[in-house]
Design a protein around this ligand. Structure first.
Ligand SMILES: [Zn+2]
Length: 181
């Protein structure tokens, strides 16, 4: 039995913004209006994330420059984490640094080994304005750091150097429409 609707079921699948789109490369604005538009933004984010088979999606990836992201992501123990965060702040990132495969819905079909902390804590709000603290390890910690980066205008390829960066950007160029310039 479930007493709440499935996330995204009332949302609309929006066009994915791709690497090179200016909205992905500038910091997002803090949310100040916790009204119905915010609830429908969260629904659209879930609908778009599920349609693209992603594990996380930031609002700027659908062209909305606001500090919101959603996630439905397993950790390394296969525990599922599902939720959304408004005005999140990465308050802790520690543990060992691991280089693991990372991809992004804004650079489809590409993966690159990216260094991330093994543990992360993000504090923010729900769409009702209630404070929330989310802690993650392993792959979920990676997801939290990746989505917080998006809200700061950073894409994971910005964290790559040398041949890993060159290869990821080269692979991205082969995806039709993936790079605008
Ligand atoms: Zn991404």
């Amino acid at each position: 039995m479930r007493n709440r609707p499935i996330p995204g079921s009332s949302g609309r699948v929006r066009a994915m913004r791709l690497l090179g789109d200016p909205v992905l490369h500038a910091p997002c604005e803090a949310v100040t209006d916790f009204g119905p538009d915010l609830a429908s933004l969260v629904e659209d984010l879930f609908a778009t994330m599920y349609a693209a088979r992603g594990v996380g999606l930031a609002a700027c990836q659908i062209g909305v420059a606001q500090r919101v992201f959603v996630y439905d992501c397993p950790d390394d123990e296969d525990v599922r984490h599902l939720g959304h965060l408004v005005n999140p702040r990465l308050t802790e990132a520690d543990g060992i640094v691991l280089r693991g495969p990372e991809g992004c819905l804004s650079l489809p079909g590409v993966e690159a080994g990216t260094e991330r902390f093994d543990r992360a804590v993000v504090e923010g709000f729900t769409l009702d304005g209630a404070p929330v603290r989310v802690e993650g390890t392993g792959f979920f910690a990676r997801c939290l750091q990746h989505e917080c980066d998006h809200l700061a205008g950073t894409v994971y390829t910005d964290r790559l150097t040398g041949w890993r960066k060159a290869r990821a950007l080269r692979a991205g160029r082969r995806v039709p429409g993936a790079l605008t310039g």
